[in-house]
Design a protein around this ligand. Structure first.
Ligand code: HEM
Length: 148
């Protein structure tokens, strides 16, 4: 038996753990942006939000994403796990591409806040906050139900 097959359930468990941490950060960070967008640059509140956003991104979101890709990638190459002729894995990977692009935008918006050059309103971030929720729902239904 291939070593990946022997460790399949551990890989799946660590994949789910890292995905939960990644999503927790992806849901929380845009929430901080909603409130940060309503305070004036240079104020103590704005400086505090910068510290919270930087730590959330560097200590939780980025490492959790890397771990989700590591364990997800190992699951992808585990013999017998993915039937590439099925539709679910292609929809999952497309939603995953969009989730990763969203992560990139969160990082770009954080750097704009860091430079006191945030271009967006609190309403914009409230709307953006829904994106990872919709993508997460699509991804989990695809990988658990495998509808096609
Ligand atoms: C980061 C890149 C990712 C890759 C390469 C990947 C790939 C995979 C693969 C191959 C499986 C195993 C499927 C099976 O055992 O039948 C899996 C399981 C799973 N993935 Fe991902 N995934 C990734 C990201 C995500 C994300 C972002 C989420 C949720 C938002 C997610 C949620 C899940 C869940 C819940 C399972 C377990 C399904 C079960 O136990 O039935 N994955 N993933």
């Amino acid at each position: 038996m291939n070593i990946l097959n022997e460790w399949y359930f551990w890989l799946r468990a660590f994949h789910i753990i890292s995905v939960i941490a990644w999503m927790a950060g992806m849901f929380y960070l845009p929430r901080l942006y909603v409130y940060h967008a309503d305070v004036a640059p240079g104020t103590p509140a704005s400086e505090l939000f910068k510290v919270m956003e930087r730590r959330l991104m560097r200590i939780i979101i980025n490492p959790a994403m890397l771990a989700a890709f590591l364990f997800g990638g190992l699951l992808l190459i585990t013999p017998g796990v993915v039937d590439w002729s099925a539709g679910w894995i292609h929809v999952k990977l497309t939603a995953l591409f969009l989730m990763t692009a969203y992560h990139g935008f969160l990082s770009r918006w954080r750097r704009a806040f860091e430079r006191d050059q945030n271009p967006h309103s609190a309403r914009f971030y409230r709307l953006m906050n829904e994106v990872p929720t919709v993508l997460m729902i699509v991804i989990v239904i695809m990988v658990v139900v495998k509808p096609f």
